[in-house]
Write a protein that binds this ligand. Structure first.
Ligand SMILES: [Cu+2]
Length: 141
């Protein structure tokens, strides 16, 4: 019994100590692409934080499809923003002004792909359709 408690405690502290912050830039241009997040897929562990940097202005982060039970998140335009992920699964988010211009990306927490159907059937328009298809291809392979 004590041994189990010890293992659980150790796991808890290991997880807390290793909580990481990943930075993503919000950009008007990256190589040949315009209106993009610098990473279209980020893999993190629960407890980790993603920080989106307003490297170029006019962008934000708005959750579009998330694991069940996760509340809405929408940041202000033009400012750095961050979110700490605690629920495993895939989070699809978009930039509100550029949602039809392909400015979407995902965060995957704990390598959990349980909600991939909900992600792939998310309503996106314009250039975001192609980007979402690419993301789903990558996640499924
Ligand atoms: Cu944008």
């Amino acid at each position: 019994m004590n041994k189990i408690l010890l293992v659980i405690t150790a796991l808890f502290f290991t997880n807390t100590l290793s909580a990481a912050t990943v930075e993503i830039e919000m950009l008007n241009r990256l190589g040949k692409e315009s209106m993009v997040y610098s990473e279209s897929i980020v893999n993190i562990q629960s407890g980790d934080t993603v920080k989106w940097l307003a490297t170029t202005k006019g962008h934000n982060v708005q959750f579009l499809t998330t694991p069940e039970g996760v509340g809405a998140f929408r940041s202000k335009l033009n400012v750095d923003t961050e979110y700490t992920f605690t629920v495993p699964g895939i989070y699809l988010y978009q930039c509100t002004p550029h949602k039809n211009m392909g400015m979407i990306a995902v965060v995957v927490v704990d390598n959990n792909l349980d909600n991939i159907e909900a992600i792939s059937s998310s309503k996106v328009a314009g250039k975001s359709k192609g980007r979402l298809a690419k993301i789903i291809d990558t996640l499924s392979s």
